[in-house]
Design a protein around this ligand. Structure first.
Ligand SMILES: NC(=O)c1ccc[n+]([C@@H]2O[C@H](COP(=O)([O-])OP(=O)(O)OC[C@H]3O[C@@H](n4cnc5c(N)ncnc54)[C@H](OP(=O)(O)O)[C@@H]3O)[C@@H](O)[C@H]2O)c1
Length: 449
């Protein structure tokens, strides 16, 4: 780390330092960041998706410091986390993300700053504010923050009920440049939230993207709106989205039916008090095989769910695997129930039997990340110890491509953290007494290894 950056961080993390002193400390001329390069966009053209390797395309290198504009904030991420969008960016699927930056540039001069040959990725961070731009009134240098990834101005009319509906809404560090996997990162002031005081940097950094997405899908007023007693089928129940979905369902008085793919994951969920678990690998489901849906497999799966629930079908299916599971999800959800979907990991061209949807008055609801309020409410649940991080492993910034490969090959569980400016795990906790009160839960969820 350069001396200028070290000095800036020492000052920003000193609770006695005045915001003006932090704002006056010099910035370094460049920074280390995880990037994909525009010139590499075609490098995997002839390979199947599963062989496209982020370790060849995701580089940690020295890049210029992002320029700060109105209502923007420069933060120093102490830690970040890996999300699947960084896997998509680094395998250039479904499109190279430089296309998003080019589209942003065509929109405005502010957007044009983002269209560079390198794309700094990363959509989750916990860190400290080091500069605020003109017009920022709620945040000051020295504030310790977590960052959600909904990047939007709401200058147009459509986003005023729900900023996710705004036609210029973007995901920070995926559809914008200057993401979280860098020594300094540029965000909008309306992305900031107070960092939970009992968590370390890496624990706080692994929350927002997947937790707030799950919160909107299940709890917020914009998607499935789970109620007490609802049976919720959760695909990938120890993954980034699923691990938070299970906690939200239990907090809200719902009944999770969890699907995972190994004995270890089943045992882990059982140890957390989750009884209704299906091991999709051991039970050998093939809902979509040889390019075709397999309705007999949907029926076998539906029977298994009824066996676990005492004959009931799920009120809600929490869907993200996509093509391989979507037909089964539509089939098993109860009459009048909701399939809520935010992704298509196994392929985005879905097919399902529409007769089951219309005749049984089922709904499919699309959901995407979360608006500021939903992200804030999810962050508040963490701060109150009602939701816990599911961090299973932490990587150094230099090894971020290894983390992306682990996620791409489904070799991970829970969330993967990345230390950016923090020198080791465990730093950043401000309220050890509060942490002690939640220590059993924190240990239980971080056992997701
Ligand atoms: N729209 C949004 O705002 C948003 C936000 C977050 C994530 N996403 C997307 O959601 C997807 C999941 O993200 P994540 O962070 O939860 O990833 P993750 O940590 O990899 O977890 C996903 C889990 O899904 C299960 N899974 C994977 N492929 C499957 C398949 N073919 N059939 C059944 N289960 C499968 C796996 O669990 P088992 O192997 O144990 O079953 C895996 O652990 C990604 O595509 C991501 O891009 C979208």
């Amino acid at each position: 780390m350069a001396d200028t950056l070290r000095h800036l961080l020492e000052l920003a993390l000193d609770p006695a330092a005045a915001p003006a002193a932090i704002a006056g400390a010099p910035l370094p001329h460049s920074m280390r960041a995880a990037v994909v390069r525009r010139a590499d966009a075609e490098m995997f053209r002839d390979r199947p998706s599963e062989e496209k390797d982020p370790r060849e395309s995701l580089h940690v290198e020295e890049v210029p410091i992002p320029p700060l504009g109105p209502n923007e904030v420069l933060i120093a991420p102490m830690a970040s986390a890996l999300n699947f969008n960084t896997v998509w960016t680094s395998i250039f699927e479904p499109v190279p993300t430089h296309r998003f930056l080019e589209r942003f540039a065509a929109e405005s001069a502010a957007g044009a700053r983002h269209d560079l040959d390198h794309h700094v990725v990363g959509s989750d961070a916990a860190g400290v504010v080091v500069r605020v731009g003109p017009g920022v009134t709620r945040w000051r240098p020295g504030d310790r923050v977590t960052v959600h990834c909904n990047y939007v101005d709401v200058e147009g009319p459509h986003g005023h009920d729900d900023s996710m509906i705004d036609d210029r809404q973007r995901i920070w560090g995926f559809e914008t440049n200057f993401g979280a996997l860098a020594e300094l990162s540029m965000v909008k002031a309306n992305q900031l939230m107070p960092m939970p005081t009992h968590l370390s940097w890496e624990e706080a950094a692994c929350l927002s993207l997947t937790l707030a997405t799950s919160y909107r899908m299940l709890v917020g007023r914009n998607a499935a709106r789970m109620k007490q007693g609802d049976i919720v089928l959760v695909w990938g129940a120890t993954g980034g989205l699923g691990g938070f979905a299970v906690q939200l369902v239990r907090n809200g008085g719902g009944i999770p039916v969890c699907v995972v793919s190994s004995e270890e994951k089943v045992a882990l969920l059982r140890s957390l008090g989750v009884d209704l678990v299906i091991d999709r690998a051991a039970e050998g489901y093939e809902f979509w095989a040889d390019g075709e849906q397999q309705p007999s497999e949907w029926r076998r799966f539906g029977s298994r769910i009824r066996e676990l629930t005492g004959g009931e079908d799920p009120d809600i299916v929490f869907e993200h695997p996509g093509r391989q599971t979507f037909g089964a999800s539509v089939f098993v959800v109860r009459r009048g129930g909701t399939v809520v979907t935010c992704a298509s990991t196994s392929g985005y061209m879905h097919s399902y039997d529409n007769r089951y949807l219309w005749m049984n008055l089922k709904r499919v609801v699309g959901s995407h990340f979360a608006n500021y309020r939903e992200a804030w409410e999810a962050n508040r649940l963490v701060d109150r110890g009602m939701i816990h991080p599911i961090l299973t492993r932490t990587y150094a910034l230099d090894a971020v491509a290894d983390a992306a490969w682990a996620m791409h090959t489904n070799a991970h569980t829970g969330k993967l953290g990345v230390l950016v400016n923090a020198s080791e795990e465990g730093q950043g906790v401000r309220d050890p007494d509060k942490r002690a009160r939640f220590s059993d839960d924190l240990r239980a969820w971080s056992r997701l290894r």
